[in-house]
Design a protein around this ligand. Structure first.
Ligand code: TYD
Length: 393
Protein backbone atom coordinates (compact mmCIF):
# COMPACT_ATOMS: atom_id res chain seq x y z
CA UNK A 1 0.00 0.00 0.00
CA UNK A 2 1.32 3.43 -0.91
CA UNK A 3 0.03 6.35 1.13
CA UNK A 4 -0.75 9.34 -1.06
CA UNK A 5 -2.89 11.69 1.01
CA UNK A 6 -2.91 12.82 4.63
CA UNK A 7 -6.13 14.49 5.76
CA UNK A 8 -4.90 15.00 9.31
CA UNK A 9 -6.42 14.07 12.63
CA UNK A 10 -10.15 13.55 12.30
CA UNK A 11 -12.97 12.72 14.71
CA UNK A 12 -15.62 10.11 13.84
CA UNK A 13 -17.59 11.80 11.09
CA UNK A 14 -21.09 10.94 12.24
CA UNK A 15 -20.44 11.48 15.98
CA UNK A 16 -22.47 14.66 16.42
CA UNK A 17 -21.90 16.15 19.85
CA UNK A 18 -24.44 17.10 22.47
CA UNK A 19 -23.85 20.44 24.18
CA UNK A 20 -22.92 18.83 27.50
CA UNK A 21 -20.19 16.78 25.75
CA UNK A 22 -18.53 19.79 24.12
CA UNK A 23 -15.82 20.08 26.75
CA UNK A 24 -14.85 16.39 26.59
CA UNK A 25 -11.82 15.65 24.43
CA UNK A 26 -12.93 13.83 21.27
CA UNK A 27 -11.19 10.67 20.08
CA UNK A 28 -9.41 11.35 16.82
CA UNK A 29 -7.67 9.17 14.28
CA UNK A 30 -5.20 9.82 11.50
CA UNK A 31 -7.03 9.95 8.17
CA UNK A 32 -4.58 8.79 5.53
CA UNK A 33 -5.44 7.39 2.13
CA UNK A 34 -3.48 4.71 0.29
CA UNK A 35 -3.37 2.93 -3.07
CA UNK A 36 -2.67 -0.77 -3.44
CA UNK A 37 -0.69 -1.29 -6.63
CA UNK A 38 -1.54 -4.98 -6.78
CA UNK A 39 -5.33 -4.84 -6.77
CA UNK A 40 -5.90 -1.10 -7.45
CA UNK A 41 -7.88 -0.66 -4.21
CA UNK A 42 -7.95 2.82 -2.67
CA UNK A 43 -8.63 2.75 1.05
CA UNK A 44 -8.14 4.59 4.30
CA UNK A 45 -5.14 3.35 6.28
CA UNK A 46 -6.39 3.46 9.87
CA UNK A 47 -9.83 2.02 10.39
CA UNK A 48 -12.19 2.45 13.30
CA UNK A 49 -14.02 -0.61 14.77
CA UNK A 50 -17.42 -0.96 13.10
CA UNK A 51 -19.27 -1.07 16.42
CA UNK A 52 -18.09 2.49 17.11
CA UNK A 53 -19.67 3.77 13.89
CA UNK A 54 -22.67 1.60 13.12
CA UNK A 55 -24.77 1.21 16.22
CA UNK A 56 -28.15 2.31 17.50
CA UNK A 57 -27.36 6.02 17.25
CA UNK A 58 -26.62 6.14 13.53
CA UNK A 59 -27.92 9.51 12.28
CA UNK A 60 -28.11 9.08 8.52
CA UNK A 61 -31.52 8.30 7.04
CA UNK A 62 -31.69 7.74 3.29
CA UNK A 63 -35.35 8.75 3.04
CA UNK A 64 -34.71 12.32 4.09
CA UNK A 65 -33.75 13.45 0.62
CA UNK A 66 -36.10 13.67 -2.35
CA UNK A 67 -33.20 12.91 -4.69
CA UNK A 68 -32.47 9.63 -2.90
CA UNK A 69 -36.17 8.66 -2.71
CA UNK A 70 -36.47 9.14 -6.45
CA UNK A 71 -33.26 7.26 -7.20
CA UNK A 72 -34.46 4.21 -5.22
CA UNK A 73 -37.95 4.36 -6.71
CA UNK A 74 -36.64 4.47 -10.27
CA UNK A 75 -34.35 1.56 -9.59
CA UNK A 76 -37.11 -0.59 -8.08
CA UNK A 77 -39.26 -0.07 -11.17
CA UNK A 78 -36.34 -1.34 -13.31
CA UNK A 79 -35.72 -4.30 -11.02
CA UNK A 80 -39.37 -5.35 -11.14
CA UNK A 81 -39.42 -5.05 -14.92
CA UNK A 82 -36.14 -6.76 -15.80
CA UNK A 83 -35.40 -9.21 -13.01
CA UNK A 84 -38.82 -9.95 -11.47
CA UNK A 85 -37.21 -11.16 -8.21
CA UNK A 86 -39.10 -13.44 -5.84
CA UNK A 87 -36.68 -13.15 -2.93
CA UNK A 88 -34.53 -10.10 -2.27
CA UNK A 89 -31.93 -9.43 0.42
CA UNK A 90 -30.86 -5.88 1.04
CA UNK A 91 -27.53 -5.42 2.83
CA UNK A 92 -27.61 -2.07 4.65
CA UNK A 93 -31.34 -1.40 4.42
CA UNK A 94 -31.12 1.87 6.40
CA UNK A 95 -34.63 3.23 7.05
CA UNK A 96 -36.25 1.17 4.32
CA UNK A 97 -36.11 3.64 1.44
CA UNK A 98 -35.55 0.75 -1.01
CA UNK A 99 -37.39 -2.06 0.81
CA UNK A 100 -40.67 -0.24 1.04
CA UNK A 101 -41.10 -0.41 -2.72
CA UNK A 102 -41.50 -4.21 -2.49
CA UNK A 103 -44.05 -6.48 -0.84
CA UNK A 104 -43.06 -7.51 2.70
CA UNK A 105 -42.96 -11.19 1.75
CA UNK A 106 -40.42 -10.57 -1.00
CA UNK A 107 -37.67 -8.88 0.88
CA UNK A 108 -35.40 -9.21 3.91
CA UNK A 109 -33.35 -6.32 5.26
CA UNK A 110 -29.99 -6.42 7.00
CA UNK A 111 -29.22 -3.31 9.01
CA UNK A 112 -26.83 -3.37 11.98
CA UNK A 113 -27.94 0.06 13.21
CA UNK A 114 -30.87 -0.94 15.37
CA UNK A 115 -32.45 2.51 15.48
CA UNK A 116 -32.87 2.21 11.69
CA UNK A 117 -33.74 -1.51 11.56
CA UNK A 118 -36.61 -0.80 13.96
CA UNK A 119 -38.15 1.56 11.42
CA UNK A 120 -38.68 -1.22 8.88
CA UNK A 121 -39.41 -3.95 11.41
CA UNK A 122 -42.28 -1.86 12.73
CA UNK A 123 -43.75 -1.99 9.23
CA UNK A 124 -43.46 -5.79 9.29
CA UNK A 125 -40.46 -6.09 7.01
CA UNK A 126 -38.12 -8.79 8.30
CA UNK A 127 -34.97 -6.85 9.23
CA UNK A 128 -31.94 -8.30 11.00
CA UNK A 129 -29.99 -5.82 13.11
CA UNK A 130 -26.73 -7.63 12.47
CA UNK A 131 -23.62 -7.14 10.38
CA UNK A 132 -23.71 -9.06 7.13
CA UNK A 133 -21.75 -12.30 7.51
CA UNK A 134 -21.70 -15.90 6.32
CA UNK A 135 -23.44 -16.95 9.52
CA UNK A 136 -26.27 -14.53 8.89
CA UNK A 137 -26.43 -15.46 5.19
CA UNK A 138 -26.90 -19.11 6.18
CA UNK A 139 -29.68 -18.16 8.55
CA UNK A 140 -31.54 -16.03 5.99
CA UNK A 141 -31.19 -18.41 3.05
CA UNK A 142 -31.70 -21.69 4.90
CA UNK A 143 -34.72 -22.59 2.80
CA UNK A 144 -34.20 -20.67 -0.40
CA UNK A 145 -31.50 -18.61 -2.04
CA UNK A 146 -31.99 -14.99 -3.02
CA UNK A 147 -32.49 -14.14 -6.68
CA UNK A 148 -31.56 -10.54 -6.01
CA UNK A 149 -29.10 -9.10 -3.50
CA UNK A 150 -28.97 -5.34 -3.31
CA UNK A 151 -26.59 -3.09 -1.46
CA UNK A 152 -26.03 0.60 -1.89
CA UNK A 153 -23.50 2.77 -0.09
CA UNK A 154 -22.69 -0.07 2.24
CA UNK A 155 -19.88 -2.11 0.72
CA UNK A 156 -17.53 0.87 0.96
CA UNK A 157 -18.14 0.84 4.74
CA UNK A 158 -17.09 -2.78 5.32
CA UNK A 159 -13.48 -3.68 5.96
CA UNK A 160 -13.45 -7.41 5.38
CA UNK A 161 -14.57 -7.61 1.77
CA UNK A 162 -13.67 -11.29 1.44
CA UNK A 163 -16.13 -12.35 4.09
CA UNK A 164 -18.81 -10.19 2.48
CA UNK A 165 -18.44 -11.81 -0.90
CA UNK A 166 -18.23 -15.34 0.49
CA UNK A 167 -21.57 -14.66 2.18
CA UNK A 168 -23.03 -13.11 -0.97
CA UNK A 169 -21.90 -16.01 -3.12
CA UNK A 170 -23.43 -18.44 -0.65
CA UNK A 171 -26.82 -16.76 -0.55
CA UNK A 172 -27.24 -15.82 -4.22
CA UNK A 173 -29.09 -18.31 -6.43
CA UNK A 174 -27.23 -19.58 -9.51
CA UNK A 175 -29.13 -17.24 -11.81
CA UNK A 176 -29.38 -14.46 -9.26
CA UNK A 177 -28.22 -10.88 -9.64
CA UNK A 178 -26.23 -8.77 -7.22
CA UNK A 179 -26.63 -5.00 -7.55
CA UNK A 180 -24.03 -2.84 -5.83
CA UNK A 181 -23.91 0.93 -5.83
CA UNK A 182 -21.15 3.04 -4.33
CA UNK A 183 -19.41 6.36 -5.00
CA UNK A 184 -17.16 6.20 -8.05
CA UNK A 185 -13.45 6.67 -7.49
CA UNK A 186 -13.13 8.17 -10.95
CA UNK A 187 -15.66 10.91 -10.06
CA UNK A 188 -14.07 11.41 -6.65
CA UNK A 189 -10.62 11.98 -8.15
CA UNK A 190 -11.91 14.03 -11.10
CA UNK A 191 -13.90 16.29 -8.77
CA UNK A 192 -11.15 16.58 -6.15
CA UNK A 193 -13.87 15.37 -3.79
CA UNK A 194 -11.47 14.39 -1.00
CA UNK A 195 -14.36 14.56 1.42
CA UNK A 196 -15.52 11.15 0.16
CA UNK A 197 -12.86 9.90 2.57
CA UNK A 198 -13.84 9.68 6.22
CA UNK A 199 -13.83 6.97 8.88
CA UNK A 200 -16.87 5.15 7.47
CA UNK A 201 -15.73 5.15 3.87
CA UNK A 202 -12.99 2.56 4.16
CA UNK A 203 -12.93 2.17 0.39
CA UNK A 204 -13.83 4.29 -2.60
CA UNK A 205 -14.10 1.79 -5.43
CA UNK A 206 -12.99 1.89 -9.01
CA UNK A 207 -14.37 -0.68 -11.42
CA UNK A 208 -10.89 -2.11 -11.94
CA UNK A 209 -10.50 -2.69 -8.19
CA UNK A 210 -13.97 -4.18 -7.75
CA UNK A 211 -13.38 -6.48 -10.71
CA UNK A 212 -10.27 -7.88 -9.03
CA UNK A 213 -12.19 -8.66 -5.84
CA UNK A 214 -15.13 -10.21 -7.69
CA UNK A 215 -12.80 -12.39 -9.75
CA UNK A 216 -11.63 -14.13 -6.59
CA UNK A 217 -15.22 -15.04 -5.79
CA UNK A 218 -16.24 -16.24 -9.26
CA UNK A 219 -18.45 -13.22 -9.74
CA UNK A 220 -18.42 -10.79 -12.64
CA UNK A 221 -19.91 -7.43 -13.60
CA UNK A 222 -22.27 -7.59 -16.58
CA UNK A 223 -23.53 -4.00 -16.67
CA UNK A 224 -22.64 -0.62 -15.15
CA UNK A 225 -24.76 2.50 -14.87
CA UNK A 226 -23.22 5.80 -13.86
CA UNK A 227 -25.56 7.57 -11.42
CA UNK A 228 -25.48 11.07 -10.01
CA UNK A 229 -26.00 10.17 -6.34
CA UNK A 230 -23.32 11.08 -3.80
CA UNK A 231 -21.51 13.24 -6.35
CA UNK A 232 -21.24 10.44 -8.93
CA UNK A 233 -21.65 6.74 -8.23
CA UNK A 234 -21.54 3.49 -10.15
CA UNK A 235 -24.33 0.95 -10.06
CA UNK A 236 -22.85 -2.47 -10.81
CA UNK A 237 -24.93 -5.42 -12.02
CA UNK A 238 -23.11 -8.60 -11.07
CA UNK A 239 -23.69 -12.33 -11.65
CA UNK A 240 -22.00 -15.62 -10.98
CA UNK A 241 -19.52 -16.45 -13.74
CA UNK A 242 -21.43 -19.68 -14.37
CA UNK A 243 -24.66 -17.78 -15.04
CA UNK A 244 -25.21 -17.43 -18.79
CA UNK A 245 -28.55 -15.62 -18.57
CA UNK A 246 -26.98 -12.18 -18.98
CA UNK A 247 -24.59 -11.02 -21.65
CA UNK A 248 -21.76 -8.74 -20.55
CA UNK A 249 -22.64 -5.29 -21.87
CA UNK A 250 -20.27 -2.81 -23.49
CA UNK A 251 -20.80 -0.48 -20.51
CA UNK A 252 -18.33 -2.66 -18.54
CA UNK A 253 -15.58 -2.45 -21.13
CA UNK A 254 -16.22 1.28 -21.58
CA UNK A 255 -16.05 2.09 -17.87
CA UNK A 256 -12.78 0.18 -17.50
CA UNK A 257 -11.39 1.99 -20.54
CA UNK A 258 -12.34 5.36 -19.01
CA UNK A 259 -10.65 4.46 -15.73
CA UNK A 260 -7.45 3.25 -17.36
CA UNK A 261 -7.33 6.30 -19.59
CA UNK A 262 -7.59 8.48 -16.49
CA UNK A 263 -4.84 6.42 -14.84
CA UNK A 264 -6.67 4.88 -11.89
CA UNK A 265 -4.18 2.00 -12.07
CA UNK A 266 -1.19 4.33 -11.53
CA UNK A 267 0.15 5.87 -8.32
CA UNK A 268 1.11 9.06 -10.20
CA UNK A 269 -2.61 9.82 -10.66
CA UNK A 270 -3.13 9.72 -6.90
CA UNK A 271 -0.08 11.83 -6.21
CA UNK A 272 -1.43 14.47 -8.59
CA UNK A 273 -4.78 14.27 -6.82
CA UNK A 274 -3.05 14.84 -3.49
CA UNK A 275 -1.46 18.05 -4.80
CA UNK A 276 -4.85 19.25 -6.00
CA UNK A 277 -6.34 18.57 -2.57
CA UNK A 278 -3.71 20.77 -0.93
CA UNK A 279 -4.45 23.56 -3.41
CA UNK A 280 -8.17 23.14 -2.82
CA UNK A 281 -7.64 23.61 0.92
CA UNK A 282 -5.69 26.84 0.41
CA UNK A 283 -8.26 28.22 -1.96
CA UNK A 284 -11.19 27.38 0.30
CA UNK A 285 -9.58 29.06 3.31
CA UNK A 286 -8.82 32.06 1.14
CA UNK A 287 -12.48 32.39 0.11
CA UNK A 288 -13.62 32.27 3.74
CA UNK A 289 -11.01 34.85 4.77
CA UNK A 290 -12.09 37.27 2.04
CA UNK A 291 -15.75 36.93 2.93
CA UNK A 292 -15.03 37.45 6.63
CA UNK A 293 -13.05 40.60 5.86
CA UNK A 294 -16.18 41.93 4.20
CA UNK A 295 -18.05 41.05 7.41
CA UNK A 296 -20.46 38.80 5.56
CA UNK A 297 -22.66 36.37 7.45
CA UNK A 298 -21.70 32.79 6.57
CA UNK A 299 -23.54 29.64 7.58
CA UNK A 300 -23.22 25.98 6.59
CA UNK A 301 -25.87 24.03 4.68
CA UNK A 302 -26.10 20.23 5.22
CA UNK A 303 -24.03 18.94 8.14
CA UNK A 304 -22.73 15.94 6.20
CA UNK A 305 -20.08 13.42 7.14
CA UNK A 306 -18.22 14.80 4.15
CA UNK A 307 -18.22 18.28 5.74
CA UNK A 308 -16.50 16.79 8.76
CA UNK A 309 -13.48 15.88 6.62
CA UNK A 310 -13.37 19.31 4.95
CA UNK A 311 -13.87 21.38 8.10
CA UNK A 312 -11.28 19.47 10.13
CA UNK A 313 -8.73 19.24 7.33
CA UNK A 314 -9.03 22.97 6.56
CA UNK A 315 -9.48 23.96 10.24
CA UNK A 316 -12.72 25.75 9.57
CA UNK A 317 -14.89 26.30 12.62
CA UNK A 318 -16.81 29.15 14.22
CA UNK A 319 -14.01 31.43 13.02
CA UNK A 320 -15.78 31.32 9.64
CA UNK A 321 -19.16 29.57 9.94
CA UNK A 322 -21.73 30.69 12.51
CA UNK A 323 -23.88 27.52 12.41
CA UNK A 324 -25.16 24.84 10.04
CA UNK A 325 -28.67 24.14 8.88
CA UNK A 326 -29.71 20.51 8.49
CA UNK A 327 -33.04 18.76 7.95
CA UNK A 328 -32.10 15.64 9.96
CA UNK A 329 -33.90 15.83 13.30
CA UNK A 330 -31.19 13.73 15.04
CA UNK A 331 -28.49 16.27 14.15
CA UNK A 332 -30.42 19.38 15.20
CA UNK A 333 -29.11 21.14 18.33
CA UNK A 334 -25.97 19.03 18.25
CA UNK A 335 -22.49 20.13 17.16
CA UNK A 336 -20.38 18.94 14.26
CA UNK A 337 -17.53 16.69 15.43
CA UNK A 338 -14.13 18.36 15.62
CA UNK A 339 -15.14 21.80 14.34
CA UNK A 340 -17.88 22.00 17.01
CA UNK A 341 -20.17 24.17 14.92
CA UNK A 342 -23.80 24.19 16.10
CA UNK A 343 -26.40 22.54 13.84
CA UNK A 344 -29.76 24.30 13.73
CA UNK A 345 -33.12 23.13 12.48
CA UNK A 346 -33.38 23.92 8.80
CA UNK A 347 -35.10 27.12 7.74
CA UNK A 348 -35.33 28.44 4.19
CA UNK A 349 -32.35 30.67 3.54
CA UNK A 350 -33.07 34.36 3.70
CA UNK A 351 -30.74 37.07 2.36
CA UNK A 352 -31.80 39.30 5.28
CA UNK A 353 -29.82 37.17 7.74
CA UNK A 354 -27.44 35.11 5.57
CA UNK A 355 -25.06 36.25 2.85
CA UNK A 356 -23.27 33.03 2.02
CA UNK A 357 -23.85 29.33 2.74
CA UNK A 358 -21.12 26.70 2.64
CA UNK A 359 -22.66 23.78 0.79
CA UNK A 360 -21.76 20.76 2.93
CA UNK A 361 -24.33 18.69 1.05
CA UNK A 362 -22.89 19.58 -2.37
CA UNK A 363 -24.06 16.24 -3.70
CA UNK A 364 -27.63 17.58 -3.43
CA UNK A 365 -26.85 20.89 -5.13
CA UNK A 366 -29.71 20.73 -7.66
CA UNK A 367 -32.33 19.83 -5.04
CA UNK A 368 -31.03 22.55 -2.70
CA UNK A 369 -30.74 25.27 -5.35
CA UNK A 370 -34.34 24.63 -6.34
CA UNK A 371 -35.41 24.99 -2.69
CA UNK A 372 -33.36 28.15 -2.17
CA UNK A 373 -34.16 29.91 -5.43
CA UNK A 374 -35.42 33.04 -3.67
CA UNK A 375 -32.21 33.36 -1.65
CA UNK A 376 -30.20 33.06 -4.87
CA UNK A 377 -32.49 35.53 -6.66
CA UNK A 378 -31.89 38.02 -3.85
CA UNK A 379 -28.12 37.75 -4.34
CA UNK A 380 -27.34 35.00 -1.82
CA UNK A 381 -24.31 32.86 -2.64
CA UNK A 382 -23.08 29.36 -1.90
CA UNK A 383 -19.50 28.23 -1.35
CA UNK A 384 -18.98 24.99 -3.22
CA UNK A 385 -15.58 23.29 -2.86
CA UNK A 386 -15.89 20.68 -5.63
CA UNK A 387 -14.44 20.44 -8.20
CA UNK A 388 -12.66 23.64 -7.09
CA UNK A 389 -13.57 26.06 -4.30
CA UNK A 390 -15.68 28.95 -5.56
CA UNK A 391 -18.71 31.12 -4.87
CA UNK A 392 -21.82 30.29 -6.85
CA UNK A 393 -25.39 31.43 -6.87
P1 TYD B 1 -25.30 12.90 2.78
O1 TYD B 1 -25.45 13.36 1.41
O2 TYD B 1 -25.69 11.52 3.09
O3 TYD B 1 -23.81 13.08 3.10
P2 TYD B 1 -22.81 12.26 4.01
O4 TYD B 1 -22.88 10.84 3.57
O5 TYD B 1 -21.53 12.94 3.67
O6 TYD B 1 -23.26 12.49 5.42
O7 TYD B 1 -26.06 13.84 3.81
C1 TYD B 1 -26.85 14.90 3.44
C2 TYD B 1 -27.11 15.79 4.64
O8 TYD B 1 -27.59 17.03 4.17
C3 TYD B 1 -28.13 15.25 5.60
O9 TYD B 1 -27.73 15.50 6.92
C4 TYD B 1 -29.38 16.05 5.29
C5 TYD B 1 -28.83 17.34 4.79
N1 TYD B 1 -29.70 18.02 3.82
C6 TYD B 1 -30.30 19.22 4.18
O10 TYD B 1 -30.10 19.71 5.29
N2 TYD B 1 -31.11 19.85 3.28
C7 TYD B 1 -31.36 19.32 2.05
O11 TYD B 1 -32.10 19.93 1.25
C8 TYD B 1 -30.72 18.10 1.69
C9 TYD B 1 -30.94 17.50 0.34
C10 TYD B 1 -29.90 17.47 2.62
Amino acid sequence: MIKFLNLGLQPLANSYLKKKKLSIKEKKFKLEIAFDKKNYLVSIVNTVPKEKMFNNTYPYKSSESKTMQKSFKDLTAKIKKYFKPKFIIEIGSNDGVFLKNFHKKLVVGVEPCDNLAKLTRIKNYITYSEYWSLKLAKKITKNKKADLIYSTNTLSHIKNLNEIFVAINFSLSDNGVLILEDPSLLKCIENVAYDQFYCEHIYVFSTIALKNILDKHDLEIFDIHNTTTHGGSNRYYIKKKTNNMYKIKDSVKNEIKKELKFGLHKITTYKKFSKKVKKSKKKLINIFQKLKKKKLKIIGYGATAKSCTVLNYCKIGNNFIDYFYDTTSYKVNKYLPGSKILIKKYKKLNKKNTDVAFLGAWNFKDEIFKKEKNFIKDGGKFIMHVPNPRLIG
